[in-house]
Design a protein around this ligand. Structure first.
Ligand code: 2P0
Length: 347
């Protein structure tokens, strides 16, 4: 049976206020478009340099603090969306998922916000080029690609900032995955959530590199949403987090604009460790690291002592993402055999 059809009233009102501005729904539009046979969308994963951790409003998925990210071209999601008749069908990497699978249920609940008389159900076909739910932000690229596919299917022609608001409802970090390069997600202040969207920080940095150290790509035991709930509810240290995260965000934006890599790297690493400190200090403790994660962190610190300027960041999983400039690529790759290096701004 399909998932519940009735979305939360606040979520419904939020989405309707955005769609009211859509080209295809505007009464004044000279070319009122109809639904297409298929919509497509693709989006990259992104890695936060200054993290989102904690919600101030779980219904509208509003964050406690803003964040800054870098998108990783070549890693992400491609989605095709078609109208369906009897129920949603969800395909992930060529496999049809059972409607009761957590991935499919979450997707159908999100799609409840967008059903119409003409399109009561959806067929969703997604290819993810990153391991799903392994702390490599597949929900970010997934919901960004899905929102782009919805925009295409319904021919809304919404601006990116509006699509970012919609993507945020699927997964907070998805708000940032609509953009290549660096992106800033503004926490916003309004209760209606309309000022909490991401936009591009247009500052190409051709030497900037991200290296993926894969410790374990198995599905994480505690998802980000539950992890955030646990941390905000049961960690005294968390009180200090939102203000620090906003300060770090500002420093990182300045460092990107000034191409001050040392400042960026040090702030990003400190920010990630501070976020993990709040997780570890919650009860029951939340530790995403494995023994190999700590060994890799120590390797990074040793490299820095040896004069190789490399920093790490980590998300809700055991894997490390290394930050370095192209001049250090050889030295970093030698220290981490099998390192997958992405150069976000190189053609
Ligand atoms: C981030 N993470 O800024 C942080 C750092 C994980 C650690 O955004 O509940 O999957 O769907 O809004 O976006 C992962 O959280 O959480 C995340 P929901 P999401 O990248």
């Amino acid at each position: 049976m399909p998932a519940a059809q009735t979305p939360d009233p606040r979520q419904h009102a939020f989405v309707q206020s955005i769609l009211a501005t859509a080209h295809s729904l505007s009464a004044n539009s000279p070319n009122r478009a109809s639904t297409k046979a298929q919509g497509v969308g693709s989006a990259p994963v992104n890695i936060a340099l200054s993290k989102y951790w904690g919600k101030r409003d779980a219904v509208l998925n509003l964050p406690q603090n803003g964040s800054v990210s870098i998108s990783l071209p070549g890693l992400g999601s491609e989605t095709q969306l078609k109208p369906a008749v009897a129920q949603d069908s969800v395909w992930l990497n060529d496999q049809q998922l059972d409607a009761s699978a957590p991935f499919a249920k979450r997707l159908s609940e999100f799609l409840n916000l967008f059903r119409t008389a003409e399109v009561p159900f959806f067929e969703v076909v997604t290819q993810n080029s990153v391991p799903t739910a392994a702390g490599l932000a597949s929900s970010a690229s997934g919901y960004a690609a899905l929102v782009l596919a919805l925009d295409d299917l319904f021919d809304w022609q919404l601006p990116m900032t509006q699509l970012s608001l919609l993507a945020r409802m699927g997964s907070g970090s998805a708000s940032r995955s609509l953009y290549p390069g660096f992106a800033i997600w503004h926490a916003g202040q309004q209760g209606d959530g309309l000022d909490s969207f991401a936009e591009a920080l247009d500052a190409p940095w051709p030497e900037f590199c991200v290296g993926l150290v894969e410790i374990d790509v198995a599905e994480k035991p505690v998802g980000s949403t539950a992890g955030m709930q646990q941390t905000t509810a049961a960690c005294a240290l968390y009180q200090a987090w939102p203000a620090q995260a906003e300060r770090d965000k500002a420093v990182i934006i300045d460092a990107i604009r000034a191409q001050d890599f040392s400042r960026l790297g040090a702030t990003a690493e400190h920010n990630a460790l501070s976020m993990h400190a709040t997780m570890i200090a919650s009860w029951p403790p939340l530790l995403y690291w494995q023994a190999e994660s700590v060994i890799a962190m120590q390797q990074v610190w040793t490299l820095r002592q040896q004069g190789v300027e490399v920093y790490f960041t980590m998300d809700a999983g055991p894997n490390l993402k290394l930050l370095f400039l192209a001049a250090q690529k050889k030295a970093v790759s030698a220290a981490f055999p099998g390192l997958k290096v992405i150069e976000p701004f190189s053609s």
